[in-house]
Design a protein around this ligand. Structure first.
Ligand code: HEC
Ligand code: HEC
Length: 277
């Protein structure tokens, strides 16, 4: 008995570090996706003049007041009353990737579901695991109102999405579309969704305390005179080619922690886009 117990303890001791390492890797990947490349806080954390408000990380409340809607970013901390604490993992995964809440209702813009539909299973799982670990904040936010009809869904149910093929342009495409939704802001919108024939051509206007900013053309037409280093500086530091500061709402404050690999993949992808005027 004693020996059996010892064996069991020894087996546990052997397997536990492996499981912990796996958990740590999953949470670290989730943190990176939510906080850095995905920059969920760009919408879900209320911003003050100094950037994200302290103590309100991912607690919602930011209002997007536009002609077709008055959308309010919900609280996505694990608070059980006012956040997503009572949602199961599959419910949270479906909300993020398919835009459908546990009660069956459809999540509206500007939550970029069109792009998040491309999130690979492993990344989505990592995001959800990480969201469970952020400090819960009690913050009830008002509901959004839409003056446009929301679609019944954003497409057929998704059972599985594989990770991108392992080459720079494909990885960069996954990053710029599914994860960081660069192409959401930088592609002209039509009532039916982004105009994919003009991916990256820019033109959106964003109004805010900063005045108005216009999403730039980031196809090889717009970036033809830019070096790779200048593109990376714009994305991760918010500094334009001529040294001037770029205006919000691009999430430089999050992208500044982007890995070297992701930076070069992004550039490879932007360089490979069809040049659009
Ligand atoms: C461009 C802004 C924007 C970004 C970026 C964004 N969201 Fe959202 N999200 C919203 C808005 C606005 C809603 C609510 C829409 C509505 O009321 O129908 C929402 C809804 C949600 C919901 C549903 C919550 C509820 O209570 O209904 C979840 C979960 C969610 N977002 C998670 C995320 C995660 C995770 C990320 C990052 C990977 C993210 N969002 C990035 C704006 C955004
Ligand atoms: C929330 C909207 C938004 C998102 C997301 C976004 N951008 Fe931007 N981006 C802008 C706006 C607006 C500008 C112009 C700011 C200005 O002119 O002050 C800009 C500027 C740029 C510039 C500088 C180009 C120039 O001519 O000045 C580059 C490069 C760029 N974005 C690339 C990216 C990449 C790559 C991503 C994804 C990692 C991304 N953007 C995500 C809105 C966005």
């Amino acid at each position: 008995m004693r020996r059996l117990l010892c064996a069991a303890v020894a087996a546990l001791a052997l397997s536990a570090p492996a499981a912990v390492a796996q958990d740590t890797a999953l949470l670290e990947r989730g943190r990176y996706l939510v906080e850095v490349t995905g920059a969920c806080g760009n919408c879900h954390t209320p911003m003050g003049p100094q950037g994200p408000l302290p103590g309100r990380h991912l607690a919602g409340g930011t209002v997007f007041d536009e002609q077709p809607f008055r959308a309010v970013a919900p609280n996505i901390t694990p608070d059980p009353e006012t956040g997503i604490g009572r949602w199961t993992d599959p419910q949270l995964m479906r909300a993020i990737r398919e835009g459908i809440r546990p009660d069956g209702s459809v999540i509206g813009p500007p939550m970029p579901i069109f792009f998040y539909r491309g999130l690979a299973d492993a990344d989505l799982r990592a995001m959800v695991a990480y969201l469970r670990t952020v400090p819960p904040v009690r913050n009830a936010v008002e509901r959004s109102t839409y003056r446009i009809p929301l679609p019944p869904s954003y497409g057929p149910p998704i059972t599985s999405v594989s990770p991108p093929a392992d080459d720079p342009v494909t990885r960069g495409s996954y990053l710029a579309n599914a994860v960081a939704h660069c192409m959401e802001c930088h592609t002209p919108m039509t009532p039916a969704g982004p105009d994919l024939s003009r991916l990256g051509a820019g033109g959106h206007h964003f109004n805010g305390p900063w005045g108005t900013s216009v999403a730039a053309n980031i196809t090889p037409h717009g970036l033809r005179d830019w070096t790779d280093a200048e593109i990376i500086r714009a994305v991760t530091e918010g500094i334009s080619r001529d040294g001037s500061r770029l205006k919000p709402p691009m999430a430089f404050w999050a992208y500044r922690n982007m890995s070297a690999q992701d930076r070069s993949d992004l550039v490879a992808y932007l360089r490979a886009l069809p040049a659009a005027q």
